[in-house]
Design a protein around this ligand. Structure first.
Ligand SMILES: Cc1cc2nc3c(=O)[nH]c(=O)nc-3n(C[C@H](O)[C@H](O)[C@H](O)COP(=O)(O)OP(=O)(O)OC[C@H]3O[C@@H](n4cnc5c(N)ncnc54)[C@H](O)[C@@H]3O)c2cc1C
Length: 381
C-alpha cells in the first residue's frame, strides 16, 4: 500500500464522517446533484487526482482513483458524475493539443467545469460505428454539426461534451475510420435538449440532445480527423475500472444491509439469515465481489505501470457487474416486500445493478470481446 493510497483512505474517512447515505439517497429521489458530496470531492482534492500537476491536478494513479470510488461506494455515497470527469481527461491527456490541455483540463480538477459524453445515438445504440451525427468541414476549417444523441448524462449541467461525430461516410472495410472526436461547448447556438424520464433514483439528469447546424471552430477537434474512435477506445479500459469500483462498492453496501436485516428479521421465530436459501446467495455474491475487486486492483496497478489491460478490464466489467447484480437480487429477496418500500433504500441498487450490466457497455458484447481475445473465437458483431 503506497503513501498516496493511505492519504486517499484518510480523505474518504473524512468524507464518510461528514456526508451520509440518507442525504445522497434523498438527492437521488429528487434527481438533484448531491452538492455537499461534490464539494467534498473538490475540497479534499479527490477530483484533482490522476491529473498531472502541470494541468492543475494532484498527480496520483488510477489505482488511487479506483480506491476512492470503491471506499465511498461501500457507504453508498454515489457520485457517478466523477466518472465522466476522470474519463474525459484520458483522451485529452493523450491526444489533445497543448493549448487544449491547458484550456480544458485545469477546471476539471477544481470542479468549475466538467465534461459529459456524447456517443450513444437513438438508432445505432451499442454500434458506435453506425452513428449518424455528422460534422462536415467547411472551407474556412469550421465544422457544421447535425444529428442527435441520447442518454446524455448531465449534458445541460456540463460545460463541454466530448462528442463523436462522423466526418466521412461509413467505410465497411475500416469501420473505425471516418469518426472524429470534438470538444463541444454545450451552450452553443443550435443545441437543444429534452430531459429523459429515467426511473433510476439518480442524482444526474439524462437528456436527448439535438444538434441543428451547430458551428464548431477548427480547434474543437481532438487529435487527428477521422481517428476519433481509436482515441475513444484507447481510453475505455480505465473507464471499465472506474465503473467496476462503483459496482463492487455498491455491491458490498447492499449486501451488508441485507445481511444485517437477515440477522433480525424472523417471521417464523428464527432469523431468516439462518436459512441457506438466504445465506448461500449472499456468500456467492460476496465471493464474486472479492474476486472482482482483487482483479480490479491488479488491473489498475498494471495500467499504472503502462501495461495493456484490455482483457483484464473487460473481465473485471463482467465480474463486478454480475457481483453487484447478485448482491442486489439477494438483497431484494431478503427484504421481501420491504424491498420496494422506498424508505428502505434497497430498490435503487437493484435498478442500478441491472443497468450496470447494460451501460456503459452491455455485458453480452463484453463477453464476445473476451471470447475473441482469450479463446480465439470468431467475431460475432
Ligand atoms: C443511465 C444511463 C446513462 C447513460 N449515460 C450515457 C452518456 O452519458 N453518454 C452516452 O453516450 N451514452 C450513455 N448511456 C448509453 C449507454 O452507453 C447505452 O445504453 C449502452 O451502450 C447500450 O446501448 P443501447 O441502450 O442502445 O442498447 P442496444 O444497442 O439497443 O442493445 C440492446 C441489447 O441488445 C444486446 N446486444 C446489443 N448488441 C449486441 C452484440 N453485439 N452482441 C450481443 N448482444 C448485443 C444486449 O443485450 C443489449 O443490452 C447511458 C445509458 C443509461 C441507461
Amino acid at each position: 500500500m503506497s503513501d498516496t493510497s493511505d492519504a486517499v483512505r484518510d480523505i474518504c474517512d473524512t468524507i464518510i464522517k461528514r456526508v451520509d447515505r440518507a442525504y445522497v439517497a434523498e438527492c437521488g429521489r429528487k434527481n438533484e446533484l448531491p452538492t455537499k458530496l461534490w464539494e467534498m470531492w473538490v475540497d479534499t482534492g479527490l477530483l484533482a487526482m490522476g491529473l498531472p500537476e502541470e494541468y492543475g491536478g494532484a498527480g496520483g494513479s488510477l489505482h488511487d482513483i479506483v480506491l476512492a470510488i470503491d471506499l465511498l461506494h461501500r457507504e453508498a455515497l454515489l457520485l457517478p458524475l466523477a466518472v465522466p470527469n476522470f474519463m474525459s481527461r484520458e483522451p485529452l491527456l493523450r491526444h489533445a493539443s497543448e493549448e487544449q490541455k491547458r484550456r480544458y483540463l485545469p477546471p476539471t480538477a477544481t470542479g468549475e467545469e466538467f465534461f459529459s459524453f456524447g456517443i450513444t445515438e437513438p438508432d445505432s445504440g451499442t454500434n458506435t460505428f453506425k452513428i449518424k451525427t455528422t460534422a462536415v468541414r467547411q472551407e474556412d476549417g469550421t465544422y457544421v454539426l447535425n444529428g442527435s444523441k441520447t442518454y446524455q448524462t448531465a449534458f445541460v449541467e456540463s460545460a463541454h461534451c466530448l462528442l463523436v461525430a462522423r466526418t466521412e461516410a461509413h467505410d465497411a472495410t475500416d469501420r473505425k475510420s471516418g469518426i472524429s472526436l470534438f470538444i463541444v461547448d454545450t451552450k452553443l447556438p443550435g443545441i437543444s435538449t429534452t430531459q429523459m424520464d429515467i426511473g433510476m433514483y439518480l442524482p444526474e439528469k439524462n437528456y436527448v440532445v439535438y444538434y441543428d447546424n451547430v458551428v464548431l471552430q477548427p480547434d474543437a477537434l481532438v487529435g487527428v480527423e477521422g481517428k476519433g474512435l481509436n482515441i475513444l477506445f484507447d481510453s475505455l479500459n480505465s473507464e471499465r475500472l472506474l465503473v467496476a469500483a462503483m459496482n463492487v462498492g455498491q455491491a458490498d453496501y447492499v449486501l451488508n444491509r441485507a445481511a444485517d436485516y437477515a440477522k433480525t428479521r424472523a417471521p417464523f421465530g428464527t432469523p431468516i439469515g439462518t436459512y441457506q436459501s438466504i445465506q448461500h446467495p449472499m456468500a456467492r455474491a460476496k465471493t464474486y465481489i472479492e474476486a472482482g475487486r482483487t482483479m480490479m486492483y491488479l488491473a489498475a496497478e498494471k495500467y499504472d505501470r503502462g501495461e495493456p489491460i484490455g482483457l483484464e478490464a473487460n473481465m473485471v466489467k463482467i465480474l463486478t457487474s454480475e457481483a453487484f447484480k447478485m448482491a442486489a437480487e439477494i438483497a431484494m429477496t431478503t427484504f421481501g416486500g420491504a424491498g420496494v418500500d422506498v424508505s428502505q433504500d434497497i430498490l435503487p441498487f437493484y435498478i442500478a445493478a441491472q443497468n450496470n450490466t447494460v451501460a456503459p457497455v452491455n455485458n453480452q458484447i463484453v463477453l464476445s470481446y473476451i471470447a475473441e481475445r482469450a479463446l480465439g473465437l470468431p467475431k460475432s458483431y
